[in-house]
Design a protein around this ligand. Sequence first.
Ligand code: SAM
Length: 329
Amino acid sequence: MLLTDKFGRRISDLRISITDRCNYRCVYCRSGSDGPQFPEMPIADYLRMARVFVGLGITKVRLTGGEPLLRKGLVDMVRELGQMHTVEGNRLDIAITTNGHLLAEMAQPLADAGLSRVTVSMDAVDADRFARITRVPNGYERVLAGVRAAQQAGLSPVKINCVLMRGFNDDQITAFGRFAREQGVAVRFIEFMPLEEDRVWTPEIVVTLDEILRRMAEFMPLREIGHMGSDTARRYVFEDGLGEIGIIAPVSHPFCGHCSRVRVTSDGKIRTCLFSVREHDLAALMQAGCSDEDMADFICDVVDHKEERHHIGEPGFIPASRTMVHIGG
Ligand code: SAM
């Protein structure tokens, strides 16, 4: 039995938030005052959930948060995930999304434990701007050291996620282009979505895929390269072949029709869309003593009812029941 929803989408990608704590307070994400809101489960509970999901055809697990590197037991968790095999008998693809602040020390242990890939979030390639965005001093050098440690540990190509907002960091577009070429990383720009704690999103703030391409062309034109059906990013290289850029455009070019994702929050709720207004309490079921088969039936039923698409920017848009930091990006 493989996880599929009623629109025929095969669900193969699980994102697990293992904490909603974060050591950064990025201005576009956090209100600046709120700490964690939801409890964390024991690592063993996430692993049991993951095992059941993998038995239903999940092939990729991404650990996220909050900031996943804050969670004690992370390296052992990755090692345990590394022992799991997909239903086809292949190694599980294990990734982490991190702000990179603790990555310099943890990249090698994570790689040794079986981590396949890492994505590091950076919204500026300038130390002062970086500090103003994250509201943490001296983070930029630490994150750069983390990126280099990840490359040395063989977690290449390291992906860098950058959320662009007009009038805020959109002047960094070409600087990120240079950064991708000089550092050997794949930079991926993400269109800003209405998932922030402060509810400041407007359509005008979003820097769209078309605009990014146009503005990057002032530095050097990009050429699109192959794109897998369920990839969230459209991928490009500079016309001379050096430096990869991805653009994740959920607002201007939604990809819901190819969505292959399901999420588990730090407190063990299933979310079938970033913009879900309903969650499904897998943790409660587990705590009630259900079997793995009961969990699998529950997951199949929940996934069957996955939302067809998001409604960003449409009249009557209902905000998601949680913000990004508490869902897990
Ligand atoms: N702490 C980790 C990190 O910084 O990568 C993982 C969690 S963070 C919420 C995951 C990603 O979501 C980051 O790349 C962040 O920039 C992105 N993000 C946060 N709020 C967003 C929003 N409203 N729209 C688009 N991306 C957002």
